[in-house]
Design a binder for this molecule. Structure first.
Ligand SMILES: [Fe+2]
Ligand SMILES: [Fe+2]
Length: 198
């Protein structure tokens, strides 16, 4: 049945998030197992525990609304998670897989951030202040996780992946890739743009 009011849309999106969080709870142990980088494993484990809290907050909200959390499958999250699972199945070099896992996890976080941002705002609009506070708490944890993943990628995971790639290329007898990317694009980006109207 189509949602015809903002309140109905709010419940629909909450159900979508509940399905998304349940799918994430199932997927995270596989990501923890697949990760090699210790800090990345720890970050995933911490977020797995936080995710249990996200599910509980949603259950609390459904109770307040006297609605069931069930009845919707989040197909978007299903696809995002499947892409991460596909990567694990391909069995890349461990450090390269770590870099891919960070990216896969950030796709998950960004999807959640979009959903939680919307429901938090709708909760405020609908006057559900307590629910808005709960949703904001989850939103903050998703954003912090996303920032932590960026930091891990930039500080070590990406560099480790790059050196592993170089080692495996050398052992395979493949010539090293050019050390620098082509400069032409960087140059053309620096060219001043013509002012509008001239
Ligand atoms: Fe979450
Ligand atoms: Fe999350």
């Amino acid at each position: 049945m189509a949602p015809n009011t903002l309140a109905e849309l709010y419940v629909e999106e909450l159900k979508d998030l509940y399905s998304a969080e349940s799918q994430i709870l199932k997927a995270l142990p596989k990501m923890i197992k697949a990760a090699t980088h210790q800090d990345l494993k720890t970050a995933f484990e911490t977020h797995r525990q936080q995710t249990e809290g996200h599910v509980q907050r949603l259950e609390q909200i459904f109770e307040e609304l006297d609605e069931s959390p069930k009845g919707k499958k989040c197909h978007g999250m299903e696809g995002v998670i499947e892409e991460g699972a596909d990567l694990i199945e391909e069995e890349p070099e461990p450090a390269v897989l770590d870099a891919g896992l960070v990216s896969a996890a950030q796709h998950v976080e960004h999807y959640e951030i979009a959903g939680y941002g919307s429901v938090r705002t709708w909760a405020r609009q609908l006057g559900f202040d307590n629910q808005a506070t709960l949703l904001q708490q989850t939103l903050d944890e998703e954003k912090k996780t996303d920032s932590l993943l960026t930091r891990l990628a930039e500080q070590s995971v990406n560099a480790d992946a790059q050196s592993e790639t170089e080692v495996s290329r050398r052992t395979a007898g493949v010539a090293d890739a050019p050390a620098r990317p082509a400069v032409s694009r960087a140059r053309s980006e620096k060219r001043p743009r013509p002012s509008p109207g001239r």
